[in-house]
Design a protein around this ligand. Structure first.
Ligand code: PXP
Length: 248
């Protein structure tokens, strides 16, 4: 049993994906964010991509205005995004790699190769009070580099574990999970706060939620998908229940 609470960050990007499919205002990601808050989300995550394929600048303006829980603003390490983050000063900024041709964030950030640039990039964000999180693979080199550049938080990419699980590659899923477990403990031992996310579902959340060092899970696509079948509030409540159960 872990006595540290585990937060749930609900990523609302794909409410905006559905809205943008018709180019209008419905469904409204802000309404989804407020509902997620009421359903027990501890934070809301939104990724403003360079191509604005889902979340828009106006969505970020609106989220900053209406949310009672913290906003975790996901962004690439570009000058444009840095300016936007410095203007809004969200509670947290999560730096993610971004490629135009990818469907979703495919891998973790290469911190080790870009240490100097990233250290300079995150410094002003930290200066204005944002908690800076770096989205990385479960790789000790990347964790050490994230620590050296002054990040307070790392978010471990759970995509490889979830993909292996979905494809029935049981041994691979187990190996990925073991890497996530070890790297959570390693990052924690360096003083980093550990978050995790990407691809998590009811079937995959519990082993990750059980790692005592993990303090936050960020979950989007599955919850928005599941809300088609059972509604957003029950979908989030069930995820919360599974997380709490795993934590005991
Ligand atoms: N965490 C980060 C850093 C992400 O980039 C994403 C996807 O935008 C998620 C968590 C959520 O992933 P998913 O939508 O697959 O649950």
């Amino acid at each position: 049993m872990s006595d540290t609470p585990l937060r749930l960050g609900v990523n609302i990007d794909h409410v905006a994906t559905v809205r943008n499919a018709r180019g209008g205002a419905y469904p409204d990601p802000l309404r989804a964010a407020k509902l997620a808050e009421e359903a027990g989300a501890d934070g809301i995550t939104a990724h403003l991509r360079e191509d604005r394929r889902h979340i828009s600048d106006a969505d970020i303006d609106g989220l900053m205005e209406v949310l009672s829980v913290p906003l975790n603003f996901e962004m690439a390490a570009t000058d444009e995004m840095q300016k936007i983050a410095l203007r809004h000063k969200p509670h947290a900024v999560c730096i993610v790699p971004e490629k135009r041709e990818e469907r979703t964030t495919e891998g973790g950030l290469e911190v080790a190769r870009e240490e100097n640039r990233l250290a300079h990039f995150i410094a002003p964000l930290r200066d204005v009070g944002c908690r800076v999180s770096i989205f990385i693979a479960a790789d000790p080199k990347q964790i050490e580099a994230a620590h050296r550049i002054g990040a307070e938080v790392i978010e471990l990419h759970t995509g490889a574990y979830c993909d292996a699980h979905a494809e029935g590659r049981v041994d691979d899923a187990q190996r990925e999970l073991e890497a996530l477990r070890k790297m959570s403990a390693f990052a924690h031992s360096l003083g980093l706060e550990v978050h995790a996310g990407h691809g998590l579902s009811y079937d995959t959340v519990q082993p990750v939620a059980a790692f005592p060092e993990v303090r936050e899970l960020n979950i989007g696509h599955f919850l928005i998908g599941e809300s088609i079948f059972r509604g957003l509030t029950p979908a989030i409540q069930e995820m919360r229940r599974l997380m709490d159960e795993a934590r005991q």
